[in-house]
Ligand binder design. Structure first.
Ligand code: ADP
Length: 265
C-alpha cells in the first residue's frame, strides 16, 4: 500500500452471512494538511510566547528597579522592542489569513507596479534612509498588471525589504520591471549578499522557516514574509522563483498577469 508517508483509512461493512465490504480511502492529502495546520498553530504560539515571556520578566524586574531611572529606561526600551515584535507578528498573521480568505476572489485592479515600487521605496526609506538610497528601480516596457493593489504593495515591501535586510551593507538592490510575454510582467529583485544554500531554497516560503534565525530576528523578521509573498502570487495566478548563489546574492523573480494582455500577432 505505498510508502510510509501515505495514510489510508479502512472501513469494514459487515454484510449478512459473514460477508464483508472493505473500503479503503487515501487520506494522505488531508493528513498532511492537518499536520501543517497543527505545526502552524504551535509555531505561531511559540513565536508569540517568547517576546511575551520577556515582557513579563521585565515587568517583574522593573518593579524592583522602580527607583533607578536609568535601569527603568533601559528595561522599558527592551519591552518596547519586544512588544513591537509581537505587533509585527500579529500583523503578518492577520495578513496571511486575509489573503487566504480572499484566495478564490480574483483581484481586479489595474496596478502600475513601477509607481508602486517607487512608493514602497519611499516607505522603506522612512525606516532605513541609508539603504533606501541603494535601491535602483529599472523600468522597461512595464504595462499595468491585473491585481490587488494593497497585496502587491505588501509583496514589494517584503521582497525589497528582504534584499535590504540580508544584502551586504552599502550594496545595491536592483528592482527591474519588464514585460516577459504577451500576457505576463516580470518583476526581479536582486541583492548582493552571502546568498542562500541550495538546501534551503525549496523551504523558504514555508511559514516560520528561516535560514539564520538570530539574524532574521535581529533584523525584525517574523519568518512569514515569503509565505505571504507566495500566497499573494498564487492568488494572482502568477509564478515565484527564488535563485541564489552562495557568496554572491539572491534574485527573486515574480511573473504576474498583465491587466490587458496584448493580442498575439
Ligand atoms: P524573515 O521575516 O525572517 O525575513 P521571510 O519569510 O521573509 O522571513 O524569509 C525567510 C528566510 O529566508 C529569512 O529568514 C532569511 O533567512 C531568508 N531570506 C529571505 N530573503 C533573503 C535574501 N534576499 N537573502 C538572503 N536570505 C534571505
Amino acid at each position: 500500500l505505498g510508502s510510509r508517508d501515505q495514510h489510508w483509512e479502512m472501513r469494514i461493512h459487515a454484510l449478512p452471512r459473514g460477508q464483508r465490504i472493505v473500503h479503503l480511502s487515501d487520506r494522505t492529502g488531508s493528513h498532511a494538511a492537518d499536520r501543517i495546520r497543527v505545526d502552524f498553530v504551535a509555531n505561531a504560539s511559540h513565536e508569540l510566547r517568547t517576546p511575551l515571556a520577556s515582557i513579563l520578566g521585565f515587568i517583574e524586574t522593573l518593579e524592583d528597579a522602580a527607583d533607578d531611572p536609568e535601569t527603568s529606561a533601559r528595561f522599558l526600551k527592551v519591552m518596547d522592542a519586544e512588544a513591537r515584535r509581537m505587533q509585527r507578528l500579529i500583523d503578518d498573521l492577520m495578513s496571511l489569513s486575509r489573503i487566504e480568505a480572499e484566495k478564490y476572489r480574483a483581484p481586479d485592479d489595474s496596478v502600475d507596479l513601477g509607481t508602486l515600487a517607487q512608493e514602497v521605496r519611499t516607505e522603506l526609506a522612512a525606516t532605513s534612509p541609508r539603504r533606501a538610497a541603494d535601491i535602483a528601480i529599472e523600468l522597461g516596457d512595464a504595462p499595468p498588471v491585473r491585481g490587488d493593489r494593497v497585496q502587491l504593495s505588501q509583496l514589494l515591501h517584503n521582497i525589497i525589504g528582504n534584499a535590504m535586510k540580508y544584502g551586504r551593507d552599502g550594496s545595491p538592490v536592483r528592482v527591474t520591471l519588464r514585460r516577459s510575454s504577451e500576457t505576463m510582467l516580470c518583476l526581479c529583485v536582486s541583492d548582493e549578499s552571502e546568498g542562500i544554500g541550495p538546501e534551503h531554497l525549496p523551504r523558504l516560503t514555508e511559514r516560520f522557516y528561516r535560514v539564520d534565525s538570530s539574524r532574521s530576528r535581529a533584523a525584525g523578521g517574523t519568518g512569514l514574509g515569503l509565505a505571504i509573498v507566495k500566497h499573494i502570487v498564487e492568488r494572482h495566478r502568477g509564478r515565484l522563483d527564488i535563485a541564489s548563489t552562495v557568496g554572491q546574492g539572491t534574485t527573486v523573480t515574480i511573473l504576474l498577469p498583465l491587466a490587458t494582455p496584448s493580442e498575439p500577432v
